[in-house]
Design a protein around this ligand. Sequence first.
Ligand SMILES: C[S@@+](CC[C@H](N)C(=O)[O-])C[C@H]1O[C@@H](n2cnc3c(N)ncnc32)[C@H](O)[C@@H]1O
Length: 201
Amino acid sequence: MPDCFCCILPRVKNDSWLEKWMELLRKHANGGRVLELGCGSGWDTVDLLSAGCNVTALDVSQKRLRECAKSAPHANVLAADVGKPLPFADQSMSVILASLSLHYFSWANTLEIASELRRCIRDGGILLARFNSTRDYHYGASSGMELEPNFYFTGEQTKRFFDEAGVRHFLQGWDIRFLEENVIQRYRNPKYVWEAMAICR
Ligand SMILES: C[S@@+](CC[C@H](N)C(=O)[O-])C[C@H]1O[C@@H](n2cnc3c(N)ncnc32)[C@H](O)[C@@H]1O
């Protein structure tokens, strides 16, 4: 699997998007498991650990998992594919976090992932997620070969961009408590993302 385009870009700095969720994370993580999908080199994993979470950090890339294990040695790292059924029991997670890692898949597969997340989260559990926005023009929106609406082959990999309706469709069945399109300064150019927090009802 080729390295994710975003992962090989030099980061100006990490963006502190989890800061406003730390209180909530502390509350929900108490005694429960936290699943991080597509953990990359572990930037968010470190924040999850500092909130006292018992984190399972999952990624398909062994290289990223090695980096994650180095920066977040107390996390349980796991090699797995988000696009396949997740190896966790029903309602086993208190929190699921997916930052910029749910955009590699066909729409049919994306909806399968959505139902896997609902299967694994416990009642009242929370989902924190960030999605590439359709306005993320600096990082590939509307470029490459369009395979499906808002889903492109960029030469090395497939990449989806979400509009608000797409995010809401993905979060069907969740109680959406926060949904905002934001600009983040993580790489050299501004990056447009949708940020969501939703509760399993
Ligand atoms: C853009 S990076 C985001 C990393 C991290 N969440 C962050 O925000 O710093 C996307 C991550 O998803 C991982 N990934 C890509 N396809 C995946 C898949 N099918 N299953 C699991 N992880 C995947 C990549 O290896 C990469 O680490």
